[in-house]
Design a protein around this ligand. Structure first.
Ligand SMILES: C[S@@+](CC[C@H](N)C(=O)[O-])C[C@H]1O[C@@H](n2cnc3c(N)ncnc32)[C@H](O)[C@@H]1O
Ligand SMILES: [Zn+2]
Ligand SMILES: [Zn+2]
Ligand SMILES: [Zn+2]
Length: 512
């Protein structure tokens, strides 16, 4: 059956076989009916009804239908709307009495049936388009003021103004007012679709991490949505020309209980490889940066609870937030804000007792911290050969944004591999540089002990509060200048290498 002029008849839902004009109601079978003509329209409380003449049925079978019942007849509705509008215009011109040739009131012109955005486009064609720049400006102004201005007019008023503007009936001031209103509508729509996109991205990422870590995403700064051509992954992706050794090294023969490896440090994996056992009993790293970590591996007799297996599955129980920075550094990663409700709950519990309040407050603060030495996240991405990294790096430097992490722990001048999290990566790819970082990166070896192919694990190098941005030092040369004065640091930020190594000034804001 053709798609034009079809009508799906639903007599028990919203349509009525009873003519508003008062004719007898007649039984009309349910099903698809073909429209011959729209013959009339009347406003009512539900937004108006159309009287339909059906093909191959006499006029006595005409019915009054809601707009929602009229399917696939957009052209028919538009034709009728234009016809009725023209009749109303002619009637007004010809007579003081506002009666149409069809004896309908002028007010019984149906609404323009086209979708809102089509009608707005028609208005823009006639009165000039809003500049994308103005929309972005308004968006940013509102965001800066933390003011999410809602459109002010009722939809009926906007529709009427659009219609009148297209018919050339509005004054310049009225057109200006309409444009202003449309600006608010555009910004509101942009904000809603941005929120939807971000929520979708957030759900997707949490599905991939399985909630470990739990990630939220917020952009209270600009109109940027999820990065394009980026795929969230939990583990490294190896380029075709990079082969990762699968044969695990020798493991330890400690007992299977949780603390056995910890208690037998001298005979366990790290020592066997000639290095120190890396962790405390609380699973915090105790080695200083620059020392490799050797965790237990698939050949070891210990189980997954072993105290020497901290970063290998990459999972953590932190609550992290990917957020849009407000000083031009793009996205960043931070620990999550305290829910105000939980603060209120705490206050309520202890409000009457000062000592209890102090104790609770202290405990609460402790609970907020990511303690120094705690594993936060792995840095994962695409593992590529250094010549490919060199090639990609040039483009990234040009763009002033790089996600390349060189695996140069053994030799800073000569290293075969880099990790690139431009296309594939996890939360760590959103961590910005700071000259006074709170994270340190360690080379960790588990099943692969090729010194040039470690896992990259990020640990807190000091206690980290809630709602604090997570950062690491992209270029250790910069951190060597920690004793320099603030002034020198400022100068260095501009003149020396920066997070993207070239073309990017450091905006970490650290006073080092
Ligand atoms: C690994 S990405 C970090 C996430 C990035 N901000 C984003 O939006 O996806 C590194 C890039 O972030 C920016 N960046 C990181 N730290 C910065 C800083 N302290 N100052 C200026 N830009 C920074 C630079 O463009 C750098 O090349
Ligand atoms: Zn062991
Ligand atoms: Zn072990
Ligand atoms: Zn072991």
């Amino acid at each position: 059956m053709s798609n034009v002029g079809l009508f799906l008849f639903r007599p028990h839902e919203t349509s009525s076989t009873e003519s508003l004009a008062g004719s007898e109601s007649l039984e009309v079978p349910e099903g698809e009916w073909e429209i011959e003509e729209i013959v009339d329209f009347e406003w009512d409380n539900s937004g108006g009804r159309y009287q339909m003449k059906w093909k191959d049925w006499d006029a006595e079978f005409n019915t009054w239908e809601f707009r929602s019942n009229l399917l696939h007849c957009d052209e028919e509705l538009l034709r009728f709307y234009r016809k009725r509008k023209e009749e109303a215009r002619a009637a007004l011109e010809n007579s003081k009495y506002v009666e149409l040739p069809t004896k309908k009131l002028v007010s019984d012109v149906p609404p323009d049936p086209r979708p809102f955005d089509v009608r707005v486009q028609e208005f823009y064609d006639v009165s000039g388009r809003l500049a994308e720049e103005d929309i972005l400006n308004e968006f940013q102004q509102q965001t800066l003021k933390c003011l999410h201005a809602k459109p002010r007019w009722r939809l009926g008023k906007v529709n009427k103004f659009i219609e009148d503007a297209v018919d050339g009936k509005l004054s310049d001031d009225e057109v200006k007012a309409l444009k202003n209103e449309l600006l608010l509508i555009e910004v509101d729509t942009k904000r809603k679709s941005l929120l939807t996109e971000i929520k979708k991205w957030e759900n997707h990422i949490n599905m991939i991490t399985g909630g470990r870590p739990k990630i939220t995403i917020e952009n209270e700064v600009d109109t940027s949505g999820p990065p394009i051509e980026f795929e969230f992954v939990n583990e490294n992706v190896f380029a075709n020309d990079v082969s990762i050794p699968t044969d695990s090294p020798l493991g330890c023969d400690c007992e299977t209980d949780r603390t056995s490896c910890f208690g037998r440090k001298s005979k366990c994996c790290a020592m066997k490889s000639g290095y120190q056992f890396a962790y405390t009993k609380c699973r915090r790293v105790k080695l200083s940066q620059g020392n490799p970590i050797y965790e237990c591996n698939s050949k070891c007799s210990c189980g997954p609870e072993c105290l020497n297996r901290v970063v290998q599955d990459g999972k953590s129980d932190h609550k992290l937030c990917i957020f849009r920075t407000s000083n031009g550094r793009g996205w960043g990663l931070k620990t999550l804000k305290v829910e105000t409700r939980s603060i209120e709950w705490c206050c309520l519990l202890v409000y009457s007792d000062l000592i209890l309040q102090t104790i609770f407050g202290y405990l609460f603060l402790i609970l907020q911290l990511i303690k120094r030495g705690t594993f936060v996240t792995l840095y994962v991405g695409e593992v590529i050969q250094s010549d490919e990294a060199e090639r990609r790096g040039k483009d990234y430097d040009e763009a002033g944004c790089t996600y390349l992490f060189d695996l140069d722990f053994i030799d800073q001048d000569n290293y075969p591999y880099s990790v690139d999290s431009t296309k594939y990566g996890n939360v760590a790819r959103f961590i910005n540089h700071s000259c006074s970082p709170n994270l340190g990166v360690y080379a960790v070896y588990v099943d692969c002990i090729n010194p040039n192919l470690p896992k990259l694990a990020m640990f807190a190098v000091r206690d980290i509060r809630r709602n604090e941005e997570l950062t690491f030092d992209y270029d250790l040369q910069l951190s060597e200048s920690k004793s320099q004065s603030e002034e020198e640091h400022e100068k260095e930020k501009v003149e020396k290498e920066t997070p993207a190594r070239k073309n990017t000034k450091c905006f970490c804001g650290a006073l080092v």
